[in-house]
Design a protein around this ligand. Structure first.
Ligand code: F6R
Length: 354
Protein backbone atom coordinates (compact mmCIF):
# COMPACT_ATOMS: atom_id res chain seq x y z
CA UNK A 1 0.00 0.00 0.00
CA UNK A 2 2.79 2.43 0.92
CA UNK A 3 4.35 1.93 -2.50
CA UNK A 4 1.19 2.86 -4.38
CA UNK A 5 1.56 6.65 -4.55
CA UNK A 6 -2.04 7.21 -5.63
CA UNK A 7 -3.41 5.31 -2.62
CA UNK A 8 -0.85 6.92 -0.33
CA UNK A 9 -1.88 10.42 -1.40
CA UNK A 10 -5.57 9.60 -1.19
CA UNK A 11 -5.18 9.70 2.61
CA UNK A 12 -3.43 13.06 2.44
CA UNK A 13 -5.96 15.61 1.08
CA UNK A 14 -4.09 18.60 2.56
CA UNK A 15 -0.69 17.49 1.23
CA UNK A 16 1.26 16.92 4.44
CA UNK A 17 3.70 15.05 2.18
CA UNK A 18 4.73 18.33 0.57
CA UNK A 19 5.35 19.97 3.94
CA UNK A 20 7.58 17.11 5.05
CA UNK A 21 9.36 17.06 1.70
CA UNK A 22 10.09 20.78 1.99
CA UNK A 23 11.67 20.50 5.43
CA UNK A 24 15.37 20.70 4.46
CA UNK A 25 14.75 23.65 2.11
CA UNK A 26 12.64 25.40 4.75
CA UNK A 27 15.45 24.92 7.28
CA UNK A 28 17.80 26.88 5.05
CA UNK A 29 15.21 29.54 4.32
CA UNK A 30 14.34 30.02 8.00
CA UNK A 31 18.04 30.21 8.85
CA UNK A 32 18.77 32.81 6.17
CA UNK A 33 15.82 34.97 7.19
CA UNK A 34 16.82 34.89 10.84
CA UNK A 35 20.28 36.14 9.93
CA UNK A 36 19.01 39.63 9.16
CA UNK A 37 16.17 40.09 11.66
CA UNK A 38 16.28 42.98 14.11
CA UNK A 39 17.42 41.82 17.54
CA UNK A 40 15.80 42.62 20.88
CA UNK A 41 17.70 45.27 22.81
CA UNK A 42 18.21 44.39 26.47
CA UNK A 43 17.61 47.11 29.07
CA UNK A 44 20.22 45.30 31.18
CA UNK A 45 22.36 42.39 29.88
CA UNK A 46 20.31 39.20 29.58
CA UNK A 47 20.90 36.87 32.50
CA UNK A 48 18.34 34.22 31.57
CA UNK A 49 16.16 33.14 28.68
CA UNK A 50 12.69 31.72 29.14
CA UNK A 51 10.75 30.37 26.17
CA UNK A 52 6.98 29.90 26.38
CA UNK A 53 5.16 27.61 23.96
CA UNK A 54 2.94 24.55 23.61
CA UNK A 55 2.86 21.47 21.39
CA UNK A 56 4.30 21.94 17.92
CA UNK A 57 5.40 25.46 18.86
CA UNK A 58 7.40 24.33 21.90
CA UNK A 59 9.46 21.52 20.45
CA UNK A 60 11.82 23.88 18.61
CA UNK A 61 12.63 25.54 21.94
CA UNK A 62 13.37 22.13 23.45
CA UNK A 63 15.70 21.31 20.55
CA UNK A 64 17.57 24.59 21.10
CA UNK A 65 17.84 24.00 24.84
CA UNK A 66 19.11 20.44 24.49
CA UNK A 67 21.54 21.47 21.76
CA UNK A 68 22.95 24.36 23.76
CA UNK A 69 23.37 22.62 27.10
CA UNK A 70 27.15 22.84 26.86
CA UNK A 71 27.51 26.28 25.26
CA UNK A 72 24.60 28.42 26.50
CA UNK A 73 26.04 31.42 28.33
CA UNK A 74 22.92 31.90 30.46
CA UNK A 75 20.26 29.49 31.75
CA UNK A 76 17.65 28.67 29.11
CA UNK A 77 14.32 27.33 30.32
CA UNK A 78 11.30 26.14 28.34
CA UNK A 79 7.89 26.59 29.98
CA UNK A 80 4.81 24.77 28.68
CA UNK A 81 2.30 26.29 31.06
CA UNK A 82 0.35 29.39 32.01
CA UNK A 83 2.93 30.86 34.35
CA UNK A 84 6.31 32.59 34.32
CA UNK A 85 8.91 31.39 36.83
CA UNK A 86 9.44 33.63 39.88
CA UNK A 87 12.99 34.54 38.81
CA UNK A 88 11.80 36.25 35.60
CA UNK A 89 12.62 39.96 35.72
CA UNK A 90 14.40 42.82 33.93
CA UNK A 91 17.40 40.63 33.00
CA UNK A 92 15.21 38.02 31.30
CA UNK A 93 14.64 37.57 27.59
CA UNK A 94 11.09 36.15 27.48
CA UNK A 95 10.27 34.52 24.15
CA UNK A 96 6.73 33.60 23.22
CA UNK A 97 6.51 30.99 20.47
CA UNK A 98 3.10 30.28 19.00
CA UNK A 99 2.40 29.58 15.36
CA UNK A 100 -1.14 30.95 15.61
CA UNK A 101 -0.32 33.60 18.17
CA UNK A 102 -3.48 32.68 20.06
CA UNK A 103 -2.46 29.88 22.43
CA UNK A 104 -3.76 30.85 25.85
CA UNK A 105 -1.01 29.28 27.96
CA UNK A 106 1.68 31.11 25.96
CA UNK A 107 -0.18 34.44 26.06
CA UNK A 108 -0.78 34.26 29.80
CA UNK A 109 2.80 33.27 30.61
CA UNK A 110 4.27 36.02 28.42
CA UNK A 111 1.91 38.57 29.99
CA UNK A 112 3.20 37.54 33.42
CA UNK A 113 6.81 37.86 32.21
CA UNK A 114 6.09 41.34 30.86
CA UNK A 115 4.58 42.36 34.18
CA UNK A 116 7.81 41.21 35.85
CA UNK A 117 9.86 43.49 33.58
CA UNK A 118 11.24 40.95 31.08
CA UNK A 119 12.19 41.92 27.50
CA UNK A 120 9.73 40.23 25.11
CA UNK A 121 10.37 38.54 21.79
CA UNK A 122 7.73 36.69 19.76
CA UNK A 123 7.96 34.05 17.07
CA UNK A 124 4.54 33.83 15.43
CA UNK A 125 2.34 34.39 12.39
CA UNK A 126 0.51 37.16 14.26
CA UNK A 127 -2.49 37.03 16.59
CA UNK A 128 -2.62 38.39 20.10
CA UNK A 129 0.98 37.31 20.71
CA UNK A 130 2.27 39.74 18.07
CA UNK A 131 0.04 42.55 19.41
CA UNK A 132 1.12 41.99 22.99
CA UNK A 133 4.80 41.91 22.10
CA UNK A 134 4.66 44.99 19.88
CA UNK A 135 2.69 46.94 22.49
CA UNK A 136 5.48 46.21 24.98
CA UNK A 137 8.10 47.46 22.50
CA UNK A 138 9.37 43.96 21.74
CA UNK A 139 10.56 42.39 18.49
CA UNK A 140 8.25 40.09 16.53
CA UNK A 141 9.81 37.47 14.27
CA UNK A 142 7.15 36.78 11.66
CA UNK A 143 6.58 33.24 10.40
CA UNK A 144 5.85 33.36 6.68
CA UNK A 145 5.04 29.70 6.09
CA UNK A 146 1.52 28.32 5.80
CA UNK A 147 1.22 24.98 7.55
CA UNK A 148 -0.01 23.28 10.68
CA UNK A 149 2.36 24.32 13.47
CA UNK A 150 4.00 20.89 13.67
CA UNK A 151 4.72 21.05 9.94
CA UNK A 152 6.38 24.46 10.33
CA UNK A 153 9.13 23.18 12.63
CA UNK A 154 11.95 24.68 10.56
CA UNK A 155 10.42 28.12 11.25
CA UNK A 156 9.75 27.44 14.92
CA UNK A 157 13.21 26.06 15.70
CA UNK A 158 15.95 27.63 13.60
CA UNK A 159 15.06 31.32 14.06
CA UNK A 160 15.34 30.77 17.82
CA UNK A 161 18.74 29.15 17.45
CA UNK A 162 20.03 31.82 15.11
CA UNK A 163 18.70 34.82 17.03
CA UNK A 164 20.05 33.49 20.34
CA UNK A 165 23.36 32.86 18.57
CA UNK A 166 23.44 36.40 17.19
CA UNK A 167 22.77 37.72 20.69
CA UNK A 168 25.79 35.74 21.87
CA UNK A 169 23.66 33.68 24.29
CA UNK A 170 24.34 30.33 22.56
CA UNK A 171 27.00 29.20 20.07
CA UNK A 172 26.92 30.35 16.45
CA UNK A 173 26.02 27.29 14.37
CA UNK A 174 26.04 28.73 10.87
CA UNK A 175 28.53 26.25 9.39
CA UNK A 176 27.00 23.36 11.29
CA UNK A 177 23.49 24.14 10.04
CA UNK A 178 24.52 24.43 6.40
CA UNK A 179 26.49 21.16 6.52
CA UNK A 180 23.62 19.42 8.34
CA UNK A 181 21.04 20.44 5.74
CA UNK A 182 23.32 19.42 2.86
CA UNK A 183 23.80 15.98 4.45
CA UNK A 184 20.07 15.63 5.14
CA UNK A 185 19.22 16.28 1.49
CA UNK A 186 21.30 13.22 0.60
CA UNK A 187 20.35 10.97 3.53
CA UNK A 188 16.64 11.38 3.19
CA UNK A 189 16.49 10.08 -0.41
CA UNK A 190 15.61 6.58 0.79
CA UNK A 191 12.79 7.82 3.03
CA UNK A 192 10.78 9.48 0.25
CA UNK A 193 7.48 8.03 -0.99
CA UNK A 194 8.96 7.09 -4.37
CA UNK A 195 11.45 4.69 -2.70
CA UNK A 196 9.81 1.26 -2.32
CA UNK A 197 9.35 -0.31 1.11
CA UNK A 198 12.10 -2.90 0.63
CA UNK A 199 14.66 -0.06 0.44
CA UNK A 200 12.78 2.54 2.49
CA UNK A 201 13.74 2.72 6.14
CA UNK A 202 10.90 5.10 7.07
CA UNK A 203 8.23 2.84 5.56
CA UNK A 204 9.74 -0.19 7.27
CA UNK A 205 9.74 1.56 10.64
CA UNK A 206 6.12 2.65 10.16
CA UNK A 207 5.13 -0.96 9.53
CA UNK A 208 7.04 -2.13 12.58
CA UNK A 209 5.28 0.44 14.78
CA UNK A 210 1.83 0.11 13.20
CA UNK A 211 0.32 -2.51 15.45
CA UNK A 212 2.15 -1.71 18.63
CA UNK A 213 2.61 0.90 21.32
CA UNK A 214 5.59 3.00 20.21
CA UNK A 215 8.03 3.99 22.95
CA UNK A 216 10.80 6.39 21.90
CA UNK A 217 13.92 6.56 24.01
CA UNK A 218 16.21 9.58 23.78
CA UNK A 219 19.12 11.00 25.69
CA UNK A 220 20.95 14.37 25.73
CA UNK A 221 20.36 16.29 22.48
CA UNK A 222 17.98 13.55 21.34
CA UNK A 223 15.48 13.80 24.21
CA UNK A 224 13.41 16.42 22.36
CA UNK A 225 13.74 14.32 19.21
CA UNK A 226 12.05 11.44 21.06
CA UNK A 227 9.29 13.88 22.10
CA UNK A 228 8.97 15.03 18.50
CA UNK A 229 8.47 11.43 17.35
CA UNK A 230 5.81 11.00 20.01
CA UNK A 231 4.01 14.21 19.02
CA UNK A 232 4.14 13.40 15.33
CA UNK A 233 2.82 9.90 15.88
CA UNK A 234 0.01 11.30 18.04
CA UNK A 235 -0.97 14.12 15.68
CA UNK A 236 -0.14 12.77 12.21
CA UNK A 237 -0.70 9.05 12.75
CA UNK A 238 -3.48 9.51 15.34
CA UNK A 239 -2.40 6.99 17.94
CA UNK A 240 -0.73 6.43 21.24
CA UNK A 241 3.02 6.85 21.60
CA UNK A 242 5.21 7.49 24.59
CA UNK A 243 8.71 8.64 25.58
CA UNK A 244 11.43 7.42 27.90
CA UNK A 245 14.79 9.03 28.61
CA UNK A 246 18.18 7.62 29.38
CA UNK A 247 19.70 7.48 31.95
CA UNK A 248 16.44 8.18 33.83
CA UNK A 249 14.58 5.08 32.62
CA UNK A 250 17.28 2.88 34.13
CA UNK A 251 16.10 4.09 37.55
CA UNK A 252 12.43 3.17 37.21
CA UNK A 253 11.02 1.97 33.86
CA UNK A 254 13.29 -1.09 33.67
CA UNK A 255 11.65 -2.53 36.78
CA UNK A 256 8.30 -2.85 35.04
CA UNK A 257 9.20 -3.92 31.52
CA UNK A 258 7.22 -7.18 31.47
CA UNK A 259 3.87 -6.07 32.91
CA UNK A 260 1.04 -5.80 32.20
CA UNK A 261 1.66 -8.62 29.73
CA UNK A 262 -0.61 -7.29 26.94
CA UNK A 263 1.21 -3.91 27.06
CA UNK A 264 4.67 -5.52 27.07
CA UNK A 265 3.65 -7.59 24.04
CA UNK A 266 2.45 -4.47 22.24
CA UNK A 267 5.41 -2.20 23.09
CA UNK A 268 7.83 -1.32 20.30
CA UNK A 269 10.81 0.45 21.84
CA UNK A 270 12.97 2.53 19.53
CA UNK A 271 16.26 3.88 20.85
CA UNK A 272 17.16 7.14 19.11
CA UNK A 273 20.89 7.22 19.39
CA UNK A 274 24.11 8.78 18.14
CA UNK A 275 27.83 8.07 18.12
CA UNK A 276 28.13 11.54 19.71
CA UNK A 277 26.52 10.36 22.93
CA UNK A 278 29.01 9.69 25.72
CA UNK A 279 30.17 6.07 25.81
CA UNK A 280 28.53 5.53 29.20
CA UNK A 281 25.10 6.40 27.78
CA UNK A 282 25.61 4.11 24.79
CA UNK A 283 26.60 1.36 27.18
CA UNK A 284 23.40 2.00 29.13
CA UNK A 285 21.43 1.75 25.88
CA UNK A 286 22.85 -1.71 25.22
CA UNK A 287 22.27 -2.83 28.82
CA UNK A 288 18.69 -1.53 28.75
CA UNK A 289 18.09 -3.25 25.40
CA UNK A 290 19.27 -6.53 26.93
CA UNK A 291 16.70 -6.13 29.72
CA UNK A 292 13.99 -5.51 27.14
CA UNK A 293 14.96 -8.71 25.33
CA UNK A 294 14.79 -10.62 28.62
CA UNK A 295 11.31 -9.21 29.28
CA UNK A 296 10.18 -10.21 25.78
CA UNK A 297 9.73 -6.61 24.59
CA UNK A 298 10.50 -5.79 20.96
CA UNK A 299 13.10 -3.08 20.46
CA UNK A 300 15.30 -1.48 17.84
CA UNK A 301 18.00 1.14 17.74
CA UNK A 302 18.43 3.89 15.19
CA UNK A 303 21.61 5.93 15.45
CA UNK A 304 22.07 9.22 13.64
CA UNK A 305 25.26 9.70 11.63
CA UNK A 306 26.94 11.78 14.34
CA UNK A 307 28.11 14.54 12.02
CA UNK A 308 27.17 17.15 14.65
CA UNK A 309 24.58 17.55 17.40
CA UNK A 310 22.41 19.70 15.16
CA UNK A 311 22.78 17.30 12.21
CA UNK A 312 21.70 14.43 14.47
CA UNK A 313 18.59 16.32 15.53
CA UNK A 314 17.60 17.27 11.98
CA UNK A 315 18.26 13.77 10.64
CA UNK A 316 16.19 11.96 13.23
CA UNK A 317 13.41 14.58 13.33
CA UNK A 318 12.99 14.28 9.57
CA UNK A 319 13.04 10.48 9.62
CA UNK A 320 10.37 10.53 12.35
CA UNK A 321 8.20 12.89 10.32
CA UNK A 322 8.24 10.47 7.38
CA UNK A 323 7.53 7.53 9.68
CA UNK A 324 4.49 9.35 11.11
CA UNK A 325 3.31 10.11 7.57
CA UNK A 326 3.49 6.47 6.46
CA UNK A 327 1.90 5.29 9.68
CA UNK A 328 -1.04 7.63 9.02
CA UNK A 329 -1.46 6.03 5.61
CA UNK A 330 -1.29 2.51 7.04
CA UNK A 331 -4.05 3.50 9.47
CA UNK A 332 -6.08 5.20 6.74
CA UNK A 333 -6.12 8.59 8.51
CA UNK A 334 -5.49 12.13 7.25
CA UNK A 335 -2.12 13.26 8.68
CA UNK A 336 -3.10 16.95 8.70
CA UNK A 337 -6.47 16.81 10.50
CA UNK A 338 -6.43 17.53 14.23
CA UNK A 339 -10.10 17.84 15.14
CA UNK A 340 -9.77 17.09 18.88
CA UNK A 341 -7.22 19.90 19.37
CA UNK A 342 -9.38 22.36 17.42
CA UNK A 343 -12.50 21.27 19.32
CA UNK A 344 -10.84 21.56 22.71
CA UNK A 345 -9.51 25.04 21.88
CA UNK A 346 -13.00 26.11 20.76
CA UNK A 347 -14.50 24.76 24.00
CA UNK A 348 -11.88 26.64 26.03
CA UNK A 349 -12.56 29.85 24.11
CA UNK A 350 -16.30 29.46 24.80
CA UNK A 351 -15.55 29.08 28.51
CA UNK A 352 -13.07 31.89 28.94
CA UNK A 353 -12.34 32.91 32.49
CA UNK A 354 -13.06 29.47 33.99
C1 F6R B 1 -0.62 21.56 15.52
C2 F6R B 1 0.22 21.33 16.66
C3 F6R B 1 -0.24 21.75 18.04
C4 F6R B 1 -0.07 23.27 18.25
C5 F6R B 1 -0.44 23.67 19.68
C6 F6R B 1 -0.17 25.13 19.99
O1 F6R B 1 0.03 21.18 14.34
O2 F6R B 1 1.26 20.80 16.49
O3 F6R B 1 0.50 21.01 18.97
O4 F6R B 1 1.25 23.63 17.97
O5 F6R B 1 -1.80 23.39 19.88
O6 F6R B 1 -0.72 25.99 19.05
P1 F6R B 1 0.21 27.12 18.41
O7 F6R B 1 1.34 26.40 17.77
O8 F6R B 1 -0.63 27.86 17.44
O9 F6R B 1 0.65 27.97 19.57
Amino acid sequence: MLDDLVRLRAHDPEAMEEKIREFPAQCLLAWERAGTLPLPVPAVPFRQVVIFGMGGSAIGADLVRALSEKDARVPLVVVRDYHAPAWVGPGTLAIGVSYSGTTEETLQALTAALAAGATPLALTTGGRLAELTRAAGGVVIPIAYQARPRAALAHLFLPLLRVLGRLGLVADRDGELRAAVAALQVRRATWLPETPTRRNEAKQLARWLARGLPVFVGSRHLVPVAWRWKGQLNENAKGWATVEMLPEMDHNAIVGLGLPRPVARQARVLFLSSPLLPERLRWREAATAALLTEAGVRHRRRAAAGQSLLADQLELVHLGDWVSYYLAALRGVDPTAMAPIDQLKAALAANEGR
